[in-house]
Design a protein around this ligand. Structure first.
Ligand SMILES: *Cc1c(COP(=O)(O)O)cnc(C)c1O
Length: 378
């Protein structure tokens, strides 16, 4: 699915030098590498404040803590996402309220969000799934009208942009009150362990979240509120700082691979036309293709996946079970069939290999096998 070794070999000298510098300085925690990366990421994203943290899940948790939400407050998330989005809501004693997604973009359905809002709704967490923004124009307008916070889960979408009707373009994670991202190794900007960051343009929120990430401490050994311990370590920051200047190239490489997949799978003259749907595009957003996710509607998805595996091609199901059908998140308010689009997606999605190092030979081998298996299969 990913090829992190080849990517490393291309910038090995820079990464190795950065790691060595950290070891030589012994500034392993909150060292100058973390400050440098924070500054460079602020410049790249346009966020006024970047708060480096331990991972993307912590970023989401600290964001919700920073908003001062209380048990019983409702937080709206899409039901078709990675578990972390709802996990932190549940851990904080808040009430997750899930909504269905759009069949084409697989992102949160904003009209469904409107219907799910109650007087207890305090925050909405859109997930920019697979690397393209949710409809942030409609969502921000709705949140403003209802006075509800927006915390973007941009863990899969760093570098994606959304252009508003007034012509303004913003990066994923810098549009809502708070944005969160992850530097998990396979993410679009990945480190060599765990890492994450929070974005905000609000000075007071930034200060509060920085304190929460540091044991709730504004002044050393004085703890004004209950916090957590969540930091990006200096070695990971050095790796990320070496990779950040390449992020735009990495995105372009992913987009080229996606364009290749699109051109093969959207061929109207193909024998499988209409049976394999390419990822739908969100208007006004770029797509940075954390995943390239097909919808298999005219064949057995699991048989296709097995056939690909037999040909040495990994393919993954992101995600096989929507939140409302997860055992730990079963809620009497929801039953099977309540979120038909998410349930249909869970049964038909298939993500193909997607990374920065896919060459034409690999893409041709992958697409050739998909077409052949689809024809044999339907
Ligand atoms: C990866 C991911 C997270 C969590 O990030 P970690 O760094 O693994 O904690 C949260 N939400 C989404 C949508 C993700 O893809």
């Amino acid at each position: 699915m990913v090829d992190l070794q080849t990517q490393y070999q291309r910038i090995k000298a820079d990464i190795d030098a950065g790691i060595q510098e950290v070891i030589d300085s012994a500034a392993f925690i909150k060292g100058p590498k973390v400050a440098a990366f924070q500054e460079h990421l602020e410049a790249y994203t346009g966020a006024k404040h970047v708060i480096p943290v331990g991972n993307g899940t912590d970023a989401l948790q600290i964001a919700l803590m920073g908003l001062g939400l209380k048990p019983g407050d409702e937080v709206i998330t899409p039901t078709f996402t990675f578990i972390a989005t709802a996990e932190v809501v549940a851990l904080l004693g808040l009430t997750p309220v899930v909504v269905d997604v759009d069949w084409e973009t697989m992102n949160m359905d904003i009209e469904a969000v409107r219907r799910a809002i109650t007087p207890r709704t305090k925050a909405i967490v859109p997930v920019h799934l697979f690397g393209q923004c949710a409809d942030m124009e409609a969502l921000m307008a709705l949140a403003k009208e209802k006075h509800i916070y927006v915390v973007e889960d941009a863990c899969q979408a760093i570098g994606a942009t959304f252009t508003f009707s007034n012509g303004e373009t913003k990066q994923a994670g810098t549009i809502g009150d708070i944005g969160c991202t992850s530097f998990f190794p396979s993410k679009n900007l990945g480190c060599y362990g765990d890492g994450g960051a929070i974005f905000t343009n609000d000075d007071a929120l930034a200060e509060r979240m920085r304190a929460i990430a540091n044991h709730g401490c504004h002044v050393r050994y004085h703890h004004d509120e209950v916090g957590v311990n969540s930091r990006l370590d200096s070695i990971q920051a050095a790796i990320l700082d070496a990779k950040l200047p390449h992020l735009d190239e990495y995105i372009a490489a992913r987009q080229r691979a996606a364009a290749y997949y699109d051109s093969v799978f959207s061929d109207q003259n193909s024998a499988i036309s209409g049976k394999l749907l390419i990822p739908g595009r969100q208007a006004h957003s770029t797509h940075v293709f954390h995943q390239y996710t097909l919808r298999v509607v005219g064949a057995d998805r699991d048989k296709l996946r097995e056939g690909l595996a037999a040909a040495g091609i990994p393919a993954m199901i992101y995600y096989p079970v929507p939140l409302h059908q997860q055992k730990a998140y079963r809620d009497p308010r929801y039953k099977d069939g309540d979120f038909p689009v998410a349930e249909r997606l869970a049964a038909c999605v298939l993500s193909l290999p997607m990374h920065t190092e896919l060459d034409e030979e690999q893409l041709s081998y992958i697409t050739g096998n998909v077409l052949k298996l689809m024809i044999d299969n339907c």
